[in-house]
Design a protein around this ligand. Structure first.
Ligand code: NAP
Length: 267
C-alpha cells in the first residue's frame, strides 16, 4: 500500500529508535524520506538501510537544538529536495534523576531538544505547508506530558510543553490553513533503550514495533492525537481528584518508583 506516495517526509532523530522505524515505514509507504540526526554514522546506516529496502532516503546531519543549524540545514533540504509535506518532530533526550542531581546542562539540553527544537524545525517548514494549504506536523510527546513523574522533572515538563505546542498549533492552523494538520503522539514507556532500566508495575512497557505501526497508522489517517496505551487518556480526568488522592493513586500504581533503576542509554 503506497499510502505516502508523492510526499516528502522529514523525520528528526531518525538514526535510531522510533524515528528510524517511522522513517522506514513512511518510505515503505512510498514517501521520499529526509532523515536528520546528530549521529552521522548511525544516520548513514539508516539511509543505506532504507535505500536497500527499496525506499528513497536522504540523510542530513543536524543538531535540532541549535536554531542556526536548523535554519541552514532546512535551507539545504529545500534547495536539494524541495518542500517538506510531512514533518515528524521525533528527536528527544532524557536525563533521569532527582531535580537537584541533574546537571544544569542536561536540563538545558532536555528543553532545547524536546521543546525548543519543535519551534525551530516546524517554523522552518510550516510556511511552505501553509502556502500550499497541505501538510502535517507530527510531534512525539509522551504520557509523561500528562502527569509529573519523580526523576523526570525536566523531561516531563518538556513533554507537557510539547503537548501545548501541538494543541496551540492545531487551533492556529484551523483558520490559517485548514489543509495542514497536526498529530501529537503520547506513548507510555517504549522499549527502545531510551528508558533502559525503568520498571513498570502499572502496565507493560510498550514494544517499539507495535508503537511505530500505530504511529504510522495515526499519520496515515491524519489523527490529531495518539495516546498509548488507551488507558493513559484517563490521566487528565484523574486530575479532577483532590491532589492527595491523585498522588496516592499514582504512588500505589508505582508511577513514582518507575525510574528508580533507570540507566538510559548511558547505562
Ligand atoms: N522510549 C520511550 O519510552 C518514549 C516514550 C514516550 C515518548 N518518547 C519520545 O519519542 C521520541 C523517540 O524516542 P526513542 O525512544 O525512539 O528515542 P531514541 O531511541 O533515544 O532516539 C532518539 C533519537 O534522537 C536523536 N537526537 C537526540 N538529540 C538530538 C539532537 N539534538 N539533534 C538531532 N537528533 C537528536 C538521537 O541521536 P543520538 O543517538 O545521536 O543521540 C536518537 O537517534 C522522543 O521524542 C522521546 O522523548 C519515547
Amino acid at each position: 500500500m503506497e499510502a505516502f506516495k508523492g510526499r516528502t517526509a522529514l523525520v528528526t532523530g531518525a538514526a535510531s529508535g522510533m524515528g528510524l522505524g517511522i522513517a522506514r515505514g513512511l518510505a515503505a509507504g512510498g514517501a521520499r524520506v529526509v532523515l536528520w540526526d546528530l549521529d552521522e554514522a548511525g544516520l548513514q546506516a539508516a539511509v543505506d538501510k532504507i535505500n536497500s529496502e527499496g525506499g528513497e532516503a536522504h540523510g542530513f546531519s543536524c543538531d535540532v537544538s541549535n536554531r542556526a543549524t536548523v535554519a541552514s540545514v532546512a535551507a539545504r533540504v529545500k534547495a536539494e529536495l524541495g518542500e517538506v509535506d510531512l514533518l515528524v518532530n521525533n528527536a528527544g533526550v532524557v536525563s533521569g534523576g532527582y531535580l537537584l542531581d541533574i546537571p544544569d546542562e542536561k536540563i538545558e539540553q532536555t528543553f532545547a531538544v524536546n521543546t525548543l527544537a519543535l519551534y525551530w524545525v516546524t517554523r522552518a517548514f510550516l510556511p511552505g505547508m501553509i502556502e500550499r494549504n497541505a501538510g502535517q506536523v507530527v510531534t512525539l510527546a509522551s504520557a509523561s506530558g500528562y502527569m509529573g513523574v519523580a526523576r523526570l522533572s525536566d523531561y516531563s515538563a518538556s513533554k507537557w510543553a510539547a503537548i501545548g505546542f501541538d494543541e496551540s498549533l492545531r487551533v492556529e492552523l484551523r483558520s490559517l490553513a485548514p489543509g495542514v494538520g497536526t498529530t501529537v503522539i503520547c506513548p507510555f514507556f517504549v522499549n527502545t533503550g531510551m528508558f533502559e532500566g525503568v520498571k513498570s508495575r502499572l502496565m507493560p512497557i510498550l514494544k517499539e514495533e507495535k508503537v511505530v505501526r500505530s504511529i504510522l497508522r495515526a499519520i496515515r489517517l491524519r489523527r490529531r492525537r495518539l495516546v498509548l496505551p488507551w488507558s493513559v487518556r484517563l490521566l487528565p480526568a484523574m486530575r479532577l481528584l483532590p491532589v492527595p488522592l491523585l498522588d496516592a493513586m499514582a504512588n500505589a500504581m508505582g508511577v513514582n518508583r518507575a525510574m528508580d533503576e533507570f540507566k538510559g542509554r548511558a547505562g
